[in-house]
Design a protein around this ligand. Structure first.
Ligand SMILES: [Zn+2]
Length: 334
């Protein structure tokens, strides 16, 4: 999962939770020690998307600065992957000369990054560098992948998939299959569709990250797995216009039976609540559980007393009213 400050700590319900964190998604003094439970592993990307000066076609942060940010966020945590400072290419509207410049800057930063990693070997025990491939067509993507491999990287990532995924699935899958003939260990950044994730898995990629469980939760979406189903909470608004407009999601007014740690530990009624960050977060954890179950078959969910203590703590921190009051609210939703 891609994790932003304020998102639920998915590791509270999943032993194998792996998070992607961007230096630009957390505050300047945040580090992984602030989590109540550690995730199984993390990827810290460079946050490069926020450092783009489009007019000058340059990045506003140096590779060295980004590296120091990443080490600060890790705060000694491992295992982790840290990404070099790549330069993303927009899907359209950029002259080829500028796109080529961006690829060369990506490769230059990768060289600097690899060098910094070698010089900091002692600080990086359990932390591995990851090179981010950039390109605007199959030819340039392969060129970039080959150059990055030559530097010495063992792990790779490829971005810009999120923007492509709405347009041409065959092209994405074809492009990734070709990249896999050059590099073996590949992470795919930002995939939103579960169908594409399933197809990517068959291509033998190493990992994927997504924000779909929380994004859907914010827009009143509820997932269930095996088979994968996606619903919207039935309010007047969704009943009347939303479901007509976006025909793929059915409306539910009552949660289905569910064994996830949220529905099991608190009660499935919380899934139906809207209008607070807390409800979105609990719904996101339920969605996360089903997303993972759909992709991997099982989730090693945490069901011990500690997790319930943590969840209670979680509820208390948001000053939730008593369960009875919430149930009144729920019956109104119904
Ligand atoms: Zn559930």
């Amino acid at each position: 999962m891609s994790w932003y400050a304020g998102d639920p700590e998915y590791q509270l319900i999943d032993y194998d939770c792996r998070l992607l964190i961007s230096p630009t998604s957390v505050s300047k003094n945040w580090h992984i020690g602030r989590f109540r439970l550690s995730p199984a592993s993390v990827i810290i990307d460079s946050g490069s998307f926020h450092y783009i000066d489009a007019e000058e076609n340059k990045l506003t942060k140096t590779q060295k600065e980004v590296f120091e940010d990443q080490i600060r966020i890790l705060n000694g945590f491992k295992p982790a992957l840290i990404c070099h400072l790549d330069f993303a290419i927009p899907r359209c509207g950029m002259p080829e000369r500028k796109m080529k410049e961006r690829i060369e800057i990506t490769i230059e930063n990768a060289e600097k990054f690899y060098d910094i990693c070698l010089r900091n070997e002692n600080r990086l025990m359990g932390i591995e560098p990851l090179a981010v491939i950039q390109g605007y067509d199959v030819r340039t993507v392969l060129y970039c992948a080959k150059r990055l491999k030559k530097i010495g990287f063992k792990k790779f990532g490829i971005g810009s998939i999120a923007r492509l995924s709405r347009i041409n699935r065959t092209e994405i899958l074809g492009r990734i299959a070709k990249v896999l003939t050059v590099v073996k260990d590949l992470h795919i950044f930002g995939v939103s569709s579960i169908e594409i994730m399933k197809q990517l898995e068959q291509l033998n990629i190493s990992s994927i990250d997504s924000t779909t469980p929380i994004k859907e939760a914010v827009y009143a979406g509820i997932f269930y797995s095996k088979p994968f189903r996606r619903f919207k909470i039935g309010t007047e608004h969704f009943k009347n216009c939303w479901s007509k407009k976006y025909g793929y999601a059915k409306v539910i007014t009552k949660p289905l039976p569910c064994k996830c740690p949220i529905c099991n530990g608190i009660g499935s009624w919380v899934l139906m609540l809207r209008g607070r960050k807390l409800w979105n977060n609990l719904r996101a954890m339920h969605n996360y559980y089903h997303f993972k179950k759909e992709l991997f078959g099982t989730v090693r969910s945490r069901k011990n007393m500690n997790i319930f203590a943590s969840l209670n703590d979680y509820l208390n921190r948001y000053e939730v009213q008593s369960r009875e009051e919430n149930e009144v609210f729920y019956s109104r939703v119904e």
